[in-house]
Design a protein around this ligand. Structure first.
Ligand SMILES: Nc1ncnc2c1ncn2[C@@H]1O[C@H](COP(=O)(O)OP(=O)(O)OP(=O)(O)O)[C@@H](O)[C@H]1O
Ligand SMILES: [Mg+2]
Length: 333
């Protein structure tokens, strides 16, 4: 069995160009993902989580042109520069997706059964009859009872939790090697969130998939991921094993995110904790650390030079903050 990572991303940059503006929502990100592993991608709204994972696969936001640079090796294939033809063969087949908004990702005018069967027909070259059987199996796999009746229903007839199960069935119809799940539990109520997360983990184990789990919920990170990548303003500011990063984060932004998690010991009526300030606008280049204006540990040098992602005192964690992770002597000399 190969020990090569399934996904190796090196210095990925994405520029989004519209008629009016150009922004850089992904700015030099590097990471890798092993087979069967789960990587959580976290960060505030607008930090580039969705664009980083979808634009390189030819799924840029509508109405914008994405200029992707750097390298993404997926299962031995280079995706940057692969062109639409090359990417189309991957999408839905080797890479499955759960989109951030499940309602807009489902076709309201087609039955659930048709939408699942279409994936099997297209990606697995199945006949219509075989694809219908496959749709039944998939509906069972995602834990939906009375599968035959459900297959005849339309998306609006299902609850949010059932719709998300259908989205999972569609995403894994071709047994992808990688599943990219974009906020798969955010739109659901708390009890359903836990069920969907458990289901995703069960299916991941059964199909031996790797998973990128995009979320802003540290609870989801803690319960479902092996490693975490923290994004700030399109940059990877910290990455490492979840059990280490959540306990002893090495970047002030990650510390802030963790401090903002409400705790059971908070007194009733205590104000919500949050990170003061706002993320920067991404249309102007940021020469220094993007988090500097909000950072309680910032020193003047943070404004001038961009910190590199470097190994920290905890050898498993990499962080882009020399102020907290380099000895004074090294910093000055
Ligand atoms: N349709 C668009 N047109 C122009 N710029 C866009 C568009 N979609 C995203 N962007 C830019 O890309 C940046 C990153 O967006 P992205 O959707 O990846 O953020 P995100 O981290 O997934 O946020 P969220 O948590 O809200 O889903 C945005 O801050 C914005 O500058
Ligand atoms: Mg998003």
């Amino acid at each position: 069995m190969t020990t090569q990572p399934l996904l190796e991303v090196t210095n990925l940059t994405v520029d989004l160009l519209t008629a009016q503006t150009a922004v850089r929502p992904v700015d030099g990100v590097s990471y890798s993902l092993n087979r069967r592993e789960t990587l959580a991608v976290v960060g505030e709204s607008g930090s580039g989580k969705t664009v980083m994972n979808f634009a390189p696969l030819g799924l840029a936001p509508t109405g914008v042109v994405a200029d992707v640079a750097g390298s993404i090796r997926f299962d031995g294939m280079e995706l940057v520069g692969a062109g639409e033809e090359g990417l189309r063969t991957l999408r839905g087949k080797s890479v499955g997706f759960i989109f951030q908004d499940p309602m807009s990702a489902l076709n309201p005018a087609r039955t659930i059964g048709r939408q699942i069967a279409e994936m099997a027909e297209y990606h697995l070259s199945m006949t219509a009859r075989a694809a219908e059987e496959r749709a039944l199996d998939l509906i069972r796999l995602v834990g939906i009872s009375d599968p035959s009746a459900r297959l005849r229903q339309y998306p609006h007839e299902l609850s949010g939790g059932l719709r998300q199960r259908v989205m999972i069935a569609i995403a894994v119809a071709a047994e992808p090697k990688l599943l990219i799940a974009d906020e798969p539990t955010t739109a659901l109520d708390v009890t359903v969130q836990a069920q969907i997360l458990r289901l995703l983990k069960e299916i991941q184990a059964k199909l031996e998939m790797a998973m990128v789990l995009i979320t802003h919920d540290m609870g989801v990170v803690a319960s479902a991921a092996d490693r975490v990548l923290v994004m700030y303003a399109g940059r990877n500011v910290e990455t490492g094993p979840v059990d280490k990063v959540l306990v002893s984060p090495r970047h002030p932004y990650t510390m802030g995110l963790i401090d903002a998690i409400p705790s059971r010991s908070d007194p009733v009526g205590a104000p919500f904790r949050g990170l003061p300030g706002m993320p920067p606008v991404l249309s102007a280049p940021i020469p220094g650390c993007a988090f500097e204006p909000r950072c309680p540990h910032a020193v003047p040098a943070c404004r001038n030079s961009r910190p590199k992602l470097e190994r920290t005192v905890d050898a498993a964690i990499f962080a882009a903050c020399p102020v907290l992770n380099t000895s004074c002597k090294e910093r000055l000399g």
